[in-house]
Structures are given as C-alpha cells and as structure tokens.
Design a protein around this ligand. Sequence first.
Ligand code: PAF
Length: 275
Amino acid sequence: MESIVARNRADLVKARGDGPVVLVPTMGALHDGHRALIREGRALGVRLVVSIFVNPLQFAPTEDFSRYPRTFEADLDVCRAEGVDVVFAPSVEDMYRPDRQVAITSGHMGTIVEGASRPGHFDGMLTVVLKLFNLVQPDIACFGQKDAQQLAMIRRMVTDLDLPIDVVGVPTVRETDGLALSSRNRYLSADERQVALALSRALFAGAVEPTPEKVRAAALSVLGAAAPELVLDYLALVDPATFEEVGDGYHGDAILAVAARVGATRLIDNAILRL
Ligand code: PAF
C-alpha cells in the first residue's frame, strides 16, 4: 500500500484528514520493535500516522545525534509494508523555529535514573512529543516499553497537561537470545553484541528473585561478570509510575532498569517485575 509522505506541516494537515488518528512517533531506523508499535496502532483500526524525526533537542552535545542512523528509504518500505497511512517526516527547520523560546520541563522525574545520566534529555523528548501531539492531533499514541522512563514521563505529561490522548505502551521486542531491539544495536561489533547480552541476562536473573535486595544482587552479579567490556551506568529498581527507587520492604509492581556502555555504544533495557 502507498503511504502518503508529509514533509512539512502543510502536507500533514492535508494528509491527516478529519477522523480519528493513531500516532506512532519514531526517530526512524525502523526495526521489528517499531513494527510491533505500528502493528499495535494498525490494529486500532483508524488512520495511522508514523512520524520519523531525529530530534536534536533530546541529544546532548556529547551524544550521537550526528551519527544516529538515518535510513529514510528503508523506513518508508517498512511503513508501506505495514499499511501506514501517513508518514510525517519534517525537517529540523520545519519543527523548530530559529527564535523558539518555550520548551517543556520534565520536572524532578526527568532528573533521576536515565535523566541523571542524560541531563536535558527528557525535556527535549517531551518537547518534541508535545509538538507532534499538537501537529498530528492523535486520539491515541503508541510508545515502546523498551524506553520505560520515557513512556512513564509521557503518561505524566498527558495527565499533568490534560492532553486528550490515550497512551498505549507496547512490550519490548527481543532477539531470540534476549537482546532488546534498538536502533543503536547496529553500532555493535559481533564481540560487543555478545557482551551486550549481559543486560537482558541481568534483568532475567533479577526478575525471578523475590525481594528488592535479591533482585539487585542477582542482576549486579551478571553485570559484574561482563566487566570491564561492559561499563555499567546504572541498575535501578524503581516504582513504574514515579521512577523512584523502591525500598527493601517494597511489595508491588516495579521496573528493573539498566544502562551500560559496550564499546562506544550506550544501551538501555528494563523488565517489569511483581515483588
Ligand atoms: O523513542 C523515540 O524514538 C523518541 O524518543 C521519540 C518518542 C520519537 C521522541 O523523539
């Protein structure tokens, strides 16, 4: 099926139409994890818009914005194959006016866990997501559980700013050996990919333990065994809604989140647990 490609706001307005819409925001370099998001959106049975925009605001100057994979033609093939109605792929100039002033502040939650390692990241991410919501005006938006704190922060923004949008979280897609799909996996050499398996193995080891102490200890032991090739950034066992660390006597749902560097590539992963 042909997807309509909207390269700017005016094209988007024409392509969107008047009916209900589901939005799947992406930064391109689409893989099977994105396909799962798109299929979830498609299954909702309304007009499906996929945005492809590598958002400079969510990358620090030291991060990989300029080398982030850009694979537009291949992404379009994925969108066509998955029956996407509209691909919204604006330029940076079209999204951000040169004299722009106002942005979203992600608050305390944007400064902990992933936010502590990537200052400003969640402000930039929420700013572009809100702009995409305003431009596309979706009724529903789909995001991956792989970026668990991002998903939690988007839900928080929708609640705090009274946005009339249903946010749907879609489970992480993994390779058969457990590696979570990520656009950044393509940076890994074969040896680095083997080392990177420690992230999911650590989560799986932690997930079967009954208490917060044992969860952390089991996961850290797997991660420690992969050092020094794997450099741990953080392992955090957090409340799924607030991303605050849970205490030793905690009972209920939790997210075990990990971030680590393998070679020059920073990877994140997480698992949902019931303690
Ligand atoms: O998850 C991503 O790909 C991005 O953070 C998002 C949500 C498309 C915003 O740029």
